[in-house]
Design a protein around this ligand. Structure first.
Ligand code: PGA
Length: 254
């Protein structure tokens, strides 16, 4: 059952935090605030420009991630960053296929290649999926299933347990209210069912996270009652007290 694993809380800074000093202060605050947590791994995903400065702050509990990589290994791709660039900076996670990238043209095919590149370089892909709108006929379920199948097309049975799946309904990202925990539970079960259909019942289940309008007040309920393994957090990961509040509340779950 997915919920028995260690919890995972990932902060996506997006295009925020504008000085090295601020970035370091944020990570140091998060580290200090999570000293007493026992069951929760934490990841911070700053903009690329900070990874070299932050690599010295990586610890057992607080790991470093990035928000994207390029889909090819190397070559004439001006402005892109390869998975291979990142190992030397102690980066261990990469968010792939976030809806804010998909609306700017990132396709399922490109997401699939990026997931493969991440795994080849021992980075944990945080594979984002989620429908833009809900309908009464359940079309959103087949939409999510297709996103899963296409994105994971290069991932073998051997590797599926190394992927993290972040379910983020696009309508809840940046919104006032998160999805309710019953709906989160329904999607968590559905994603597990899709994975079993694709890989068989015996494979290790990837961690499943929820993302979209998570805060310190709703975090515990979403994880506990939504039966997910953790959270992908945007806005509320930018302030130490807010993010630490989320982490400590998730860590209280038995
Ligand atoms: P939010 O963003 O927490 O600000 O809603 C979530 C995300 O984009 O992952």
């Amino acid at each position: 059952m997915a919920t028995k694993k260690k919890k995972l809380v990932i902060g996506n800074w997006k295009m925020n935090i504008f000085t090295v000093k601020e970035a370091k202060k944020l990570v140091e605050g998060i580290k200090k605030g999570s000293l007493k947590t026992k069951n929760t791994d934490v990841v911070v995903c700053p903009p690329f420009v900070y990874v070299s400065e932050l690599k010295g702050l990586v610890s057992k509990k607080v790991a470093l991630g990035v928000q994207n990589i390029f889909e090819e290994v190397q070559g004439s791709y001006t402005g892109e960053v390869s998975a291979q660039h990142l190992a030397q900076f102690k980066v261990s996670y990469v968010i792939i296929g976030h809806s804010e990238r998909r609306v700017r043209g990132e396709t399922d095919a490109s997401v699939a290649k990026k997931i493969t590149r991440a795994l080849e370089n021992k980075l944990t892909p945080v594979f984002c999926i989620g429908e833009s709108t809900r309908d009464d006929h359940g079309d959103y379920l087949s939409f999510v299933k297709t996103q899963l199948a296409t994105g994971l097309s290069g991932v073998s049975k051997m590797n599926i347990g190394d992927v993290v799946i972040a379910y983020e309904p696009v309508w809840a990202i940046g919104a006032k209210e998160a999805m309710n925990s019953n709906q989160v539970h329904e999607m968590s079960l559905y994603i597990q069912k899709c994975i079993k259909e694709m890989y068989g019942a015996m494979v290790p289940m990837p961690k499943i996270l929820y993302g979209g309008a998570v805060n310190a007040d709703n975090a515990r309920e979403i994880v506990d009652r939504g039966y997910v393994d953790g959270l992908l957090v945007g806005r509320e990961s930018l302030k130490v007290e807010n993010f630490v509040g989320i982490i400590t509340n998730v860590d209280l779950i038995k």
